[in-house]
Design a binder for this molecule. Sequence first.
Ligand code: IVH
Length: 711
Amino acid sequence: MSDIRSRHVDELNEAEATAELADLAQALSQANKAYHTQDAPDLSDADYDSLKRRNAAIEARFPQLKRSDSPSEQVGGPLAEGFGKIVHEVRMLSLGNAFDEADVQEFDARIRKYLGLGSEDKLHYTAEPKIDGLSLSLRYENGTLVYAATRGDGATGENVTANARMIASIPQQLDGAPDVLEVRGEVYMSHADFAALNARQEQAGAKTFANPRNAAAGSLRQLDANITKARPLEFFAYAWGALSAPLAGTQMKAITRLAELGFSTNPLTKLCDGPQALMENYAQIEAQRATLGYDIDGVVYKVDDLALQARLGFRSTTPRWAIAHKFAAELAWTRLEAIEIQVGRTGALSPVARLHPVTVGGVVVSNATLHNEDYIVGHDAKGQPIRDGKDIREGDWVQIYRAGDVIPKIADVDLSKRPKDAEPYDFPTTCPKCDSLAVREEGDAVRRCTGGLICPAQAVEKLKHFVSRGAFDIDGLGAKQVEAFYFDEMLSIKEPADIFTLRARDAAQLGKLKNRDGWGDKSAGNLFDAIDEKRKIPLNRVIFALGLRHVGDSASNLLANHYISWSAFEQAMRAAEPHEGPAWDELNAIDGVGGVMAGSVIDAFAQPAERAAIDRLVVELDIQDMPQRDTSSSPVAGQTVVFSGTLEKMTRAEAKARAEALGAKVSGSVSAKTDLLIAGPGAGSKAKKAAELGVETIDEDGWLALIGAAG
Ligand code: IVH
């Protein structure tokens, strides 16, 4: 990082050291908070580590200046509000770091000295990948999962039990475990699941995650556990907290025992007989890093003999018997050759950095994302500086950062190498593809082309989305082909409806397509057949395929399952156009549909050109109604129910969804039309009103018993 003090610690006087320790405490506390509490790190791991090392070095030289809030005594960040708190019976610790072979040698030497072992005495270590996720403690009593807690500040964590229960690789029940067993490990998200989640988030207009770790943390720490349920999280067990009986005599055997109890443990865990074996194993794991499918940021070494671990014990925040050997950051410097603007399906202007190709962590990188215009200028949406407020210009010497599968980013700019004639980047205010005005609405970080379907870039991206996997998924008509057809003069596809008229238009031109390069009689015929096959298509796919802003896969399902048929959906969207009235209210009352999404769907239907294109498409299709739910055996079908007060066994959203799935109508207020009130603690005025109106009132357990899901 550029503002890391360049002066050697030995050159500092006491006043300078005091000032710098105060700065470091502030910077590290801010970084901890961003990383642990807000799941949005503002420093790279490497920068964070160097600040910590600098702090430790100054403290070592001036022990008398060590602050009471010294960052070296802190693990994690302050707790986020909203979760219950759990005091860890055994503190959750952090690990000391090693960065090179000398550090590993020193780790071994320190342990031998502490234990009084000679250099000829055997000392084994386990070595396993350091998973880049977030740690979780699972407490089992008599074989049953009783709670799950995050690390928090090490002493107290957040109660995320409901969320942890949603993770498939966390057993709820154990067979043959000690009466009390706290299993500790890492929750993480694979690269593939991370990429798919971000794609879904983007489609839904929701925030995307910077890396798999943030995605895992953001997914686990959800007040609504249903969100966690929809996120593919995984868990590796690698340690334990409180125990009523030992698991085994060695680390390796304890891990095997955890695997036998049903936990996932890391298959790369290995026993090594000293620093040299550790270094060889480190090189092997580093070589596999890119192909593991999940992020790791180092290798953790632990003394294998648990009796020795017990003798070694802990320093204030780290065990003496373990260390994390970190990988070097995946960073490299190169020249930013040009800034280009890509135009997306919804018109978003996305700046992309074209780089002089450079190898970062074993991969050649020639593009990096620049996010949006604020990012280029050097501040975030709230006006806070990024990269210390340095802007990015064409010709700049930039530092590229890459982690896992994540699109490379620009971490820093070297102003000393900025060409004299470099100009601040002038973000276009017209679309580079169609010249329409590009506007940035208040509160939106993104500038958008207003050209709609007349913008070729938007039209092509929309078509690509239309034929994509979750949408029409037409064999032989992928992104490349639709783009070619878009610019084809004789057989052009300018909008989705044109796909379905392709066969007839081709026939009218006496089979033009089969004479094209890359096409023959058979492939052209196959394409027409594949297109015809998709005329019959369920409603949810059609809604998704339209590619409306904020309407991704799950929103499309919600809308389709609510309106069941195309005609009902379309009529409702038209009726809701004034953004008020019963149709608008109905749309907004669908669980999971917010005002922004509702507005976006309705505006698309209200926009004449878009509306006409939809109409032209629909006549080509045979849209299938969604299957109606069978609620014939439901005790609450057709009833109007109201939930009030605190629910303890499920969230409000879950209760509402279950009731609706059983054919009930869920209302927010009690009236003469209410059939049933489910009142939890604190139901207050609604319970009173129900009593006045003679509405039947039951508690949460009564409700669960009624719908047959109690216990
Ligand atoms: S052992 C008492 N093993 O790294 C030591 N930690 O920087 C307990 N981590 O808080 C931790 N992979 O969240 C251990 N294989 C592994 C790990 C691992 C990732 C995390 C863990 C810990 C942090 C320390």
